[in-house]
Design a protein around this ligand. Structure first.
Ligand code: MG
Length: 467
């Protein structure tokens, strides 16, 4: 029996075929084998070199969707190399390394098991942006496929080249200390590679939830303090050095320190960003508009500069590529290391963090201890769908004069005002009739005041009391 409770959908789902992370939806409701075949055929229709690599995470619908997707690609005359179950960043890395024209990952990342998705990568390991996705969507919607002649249909084969990824990590990251790491793949795509990589880097490895299981029986595929409670307990009980928890497809990582405490995502990002800038001498760090101002605080203190993008790893990667940034990431544990490739990479990020700790001669709790933690407040305000963009614009324009100490404003994603003692972000929800307010303040009192003023003004505009 199929499950189609609409209210359970993640809020980032859009009505369009493609959202910010490719196609994502309920299996056999939104994402069917026939849609997967059409997407495969559309990618082959546009492919230049006609060789495409395909991989999947551990979801139980993965094989079904892969077979359909591959069938579509073959019908378009391209050949397919199937990598089996590997993390998304490994698929992206191998797309670039093996000079394929595209890479396609079947995954719904951190979403519940009844979801799946299709994420497409270019030959240079960047994910498809809106323009690329629109071209695929147009072909699918218009049925504008190019079928190969019967004698020119493609061929598929299974290959195992993930050792190329392992070798790249081993060549670039040498650890001197025998770290005791506890790894929790959460039954997802990192189940095999993460333990084997840390083992080959000389670590003592303890694993939990390392059996591939598309039902995700052990924990939610989204790593956070709650889902990683067992990992935290094991790290503490075994007196290990660090705990590493990955999301379903391994592009995100969350850390547990040697005391068994979950490390706040923003602070981990800020700490590693500052380390990169310090090491490189200077540098551009890229993060999205929602990340904490502790990133600026840490990066500026060592002479670096922060560039903020729209929410979505594809925007972070693009800004890194265009601006020659040293490092970038989002505060959900998705970190991008442009020296290697342009896909967020959980395993690579955690190996690089261990290396950073080693160079700084610090434990993880020492590494993050001096990074400030600021209070964050979030509020949603009901607003008609057809009005929300205009409301965001108007509130953004006026709010600067209501709040004191305005330092800067940006319209990268909604409107974000930087103040002397915090910041506020106003965005229209992508799917719901809501305007979202996010506030961070140097103190809880400051955050509350910024939220109060922002909320008051937004409500006045929404109720038509202010024009
Ligand atoms: Mg993911």
């Amino acid at each position: 029996m199929r499950s189609d409770k609409r209210e359970e959908r993640p809020s980032d789902l859009k009505k369009k075929l493609f959202g910010s992370s490719g196609v994502r939806g309920l299996v056999n409701v939104d994402l069917t084998p026939s849609l997967a075949a059409k997407i495969g055929l559309a990618v082959a229709t546009l492919a230049k070199t006609k060789r495409i690599v395909v991989a999947r995470d551990t979801r139980i619908s993965g094989e079904m969707l892969q077979d359909a997707l591959v069938s579509g690609i073959l019908a378009g005359g391209a050949t397919v190399d199937c990598l089996g179950i590997v993390p998304t960043p490994v698929l992206a890395f191998l797309t670039k390394k093996t000079r394929a024209s595209s890479g396609i990952m079947i995954t719904a990342s951190h979403n519940p098991p009844q979801y799946n998705g299709i994420k497409i990568f270019n030959g240079d390991s960047t994910a498809y942006d809106e323009k690329d996705q629109d071209r695929i969507e147009e072909i699918v919607t218009d049925n504008n496929f190019r079928f190969a002649d019967w004698q020119n249909v493609g061929k598929a084969r299974q290959i195992d080249v993930s050792h190329q990824y392992v070798e790249t990590i081993k060549e670039n990251i040498k650890l001197g200390k025998k770290w005791h790491v506890v790894i929790d793949p959460g039954c997802g795509a990192t189940y095999k590679l993460a333990p084997s990589i840390f083992g080959s880097l000389g670590c003592k490895v303890t694993v939990l939830n390392a059996q591939p299981d598309g039902f995700f029986p052990a924990r939610s595929p989204e790593p956070n303090a709650e889902s990683l409670a067992s990992l935290a307990r094991v790290v503490k009980e075994l007196d290990a050095d660090v705990g590493l928890g990955y999301d379903g497809d391994g592009d995100r990582v969350a850390f547990v320190d040697e005391k068994g405490a979950f490390v706040d995502f923003d602070r981990a990002l800020a700490g590693y960003a500052a380390f990169v800038v310090k090491k490189e001498g200077d540098g551009i760090i890229v993060t999205n508009v929602e990340a904490s101002m502790c990133v600026e605080k840490m990066v500026k203190s060592v002479g670096g500069r922060v560039v903020r993008t729209k929410v979505g790893d594809v925007y972070v990667s693009k800004a890194l590529q265009e601006g020659h940034g040293a490092f970038g990431g989002e505060p959900c544990g998705a970190w991008v290391h442009p020296k290697f490739h342009y896909c967020p990479d959980g395993i690579l990020s955690s190996a690089l963090l261990l290396k950073a700790l080693e160079e700084e001669k610090k434990t993880l709790s020492e590494f993050t201890s001096r990074i400030p933690q600021y209070p964050t407040l979030r509020k949603n305000i009901a607003c008609k769908n057809e009005e929300k963009d205009a409301i965001v614009e108007k509130v953004g324009e006026r709010l600067g004069s209501v709040l004191t100490n305005l330092k800067d404003s940006s319209k990268v994603d909604g409107v974000r005002l930087t103040l002397e003692n915090g910041w506020v972000l106003i965005r229209a929800s992508g799917t719901e009739p809501l305007v979202r307010l996010t506030v961070e303040g140097e103190s809880l009192k400051a955050a509350k005041r910024i939220m109060e003023e922002s909320q008051k003004l937004a409500k006045r505009f929404i109720e038509g009391k202010q024009q």
